[in-house]
Ligand binder design. Structure first.
Ligand SMILES: Nc1nc2c(ncn2[C@@H]2O[C@H](COP(=O)(O)OP(=O)(O)OP(=O)(O)O)[C@@H](O)[C@H]2O)c(=O)[nH]1
Ligand SMILES: [Mg+2]
Length: 303
């Protein structure tokens, strides 16, 4: 395995710039959930890409922001910790709304990382090429980036160059993971994320930020080509429960159907998905509830 290269590449940036879309695009699979609203990703998500001569391990992370709740703070700590040990850090910004000042703060908060920094400018499908030059000019002054790469995670533009540039700077190392492994997340976790994605996509105002999903049962019945899944959607207030269930349960039914379809396509089996809504008062502020709902205060993984 001489000259084989391998390492961790952390994708960091403010909320909604397209980190998870880029992550999925690089991996060629929908591993992370995506939504139009900010603060969708809450955990560090790992995805493995094998190329000739190398293994690239991408880390999708929560957006770095200044939310006050304990959940917000844990999300930001998760992102920063994921950047700290990575061999490469992709600072992702969006070409449509670069915010030099806030990005400057973000980059400052990550000074402790030893990873090789790249500036990746996303959503270039939405702007004229000549608008990129002033952005590049400004950001170059913030940090000495190894490379500055304009991409579109939506159309895939720029992905090949990005992968090549990353591979160039990765250290020589044997692969960290077996070649047939795509992610370290369980199917259960992925299903809970898909359900959360549908809730976010189909609701407004504070509901996306007040929702957590847990899976109570995940039973495979291969003889029936069926998987039975029971999930709970946790929200913070009684009023939110009413909205989420909707008139005659219509809203919850729609969410469940959208999630079931996607899970069926992924698992390649029929799925029976049963969803419950539970009010867990102020869980986004409560350390013990956060631990229980899948947002522990420290990372379980070293990377
Ligand atoms: N036009 C366009 N839209 C994009 C592109 N990349 C992402 N988006 C959209 O931007 C929105 C946010 O995408 P996400 O991938 O969820 O962003 P994120 O940075 O992971 O967001 P958080 O997890 O909330 O921090 C979604 O509506 C995406 O479809 C792109 O290259 N072009
Ligand atoms: Mg995300």
């Amino acid at each position: 395995m001489t000259h084989f290269k391998s390492g961790f590449i952390s994708i960091l940036g403010r909320p909604n710039v397209g980190k998870s879309t880029l992550f999925n695009c690089l991996l060629g699979d929908k591993i992370a959930i995506v939504a139009e609203k900010p603060q969708t990703t809450r955990n560090r998500i790992l995805g493995i890409k094998n190329v000739e001569g190398g293994q690239l391990i991408f880390l999708d992370t929560p957006g770095i922001h200044q939310g006050r709740s304990e959940l917000n703070q844990r999300m930001v700590r998760t992102a920063i910790a994921s950047g700290r040990d990575a061999e490469v850090v992709l600072f992702l910004i969006e070409a449509t709304a670069p915010l030099l000042e806030k990005d400057q703060q973000m980059i400052e908060s990550l000074r402790g990382s030893s990873g090789v920094p790249f500036l990746v400018i996303n959503k270039i499908d939405l702007v004229k090429k000549q608008n990129l030059l002033p952005i590049i000019d400004q950001y170059q002054k913030l940090l000495s980036f190894e490379a500055i790469l304009p991409v579109s995670a939506m159309t895939g533009e720029g992905m090949e160059i990005l992968l090549d540039e990353i591979l160039k700077v990765l250290p020589e190392s044997p692969p960290y993971y077996p070649e047939d492994m795509v992610t370290d997340q369980t199917e259960r976790f992925w299903v809970s994320e898909i359900i959360r994605e549908k809730v976010i996509q189909q609701s407004y105002q504070e509901i996306p930020y007040s929702t957590a999903v847990t899976i109570e049962e995940f039973k495979e019945h291969p003889e029936k080509n069926l998987v039975v899944i029971k999930g709970t959607i946790h929200i913070e207030r009684d009023s939110q429960k009413k909205i989420l269930i909707g008139k005659d349960g219509q809203k919850l039914k729609k969410i469940g159907e959208a999630a079931r379809k996607e899970v069926e396509a992924f698992l390649g089996t029929r799925v029976f998905l049963e969803l419950w809504v539970n009010v867990e008062k102020n869980w986004t502020q409560d350390p013990r509830a956060l631990n229980r709902l899948g947002y522990p205060s420290t990372l379980n993984h070293s990377h």
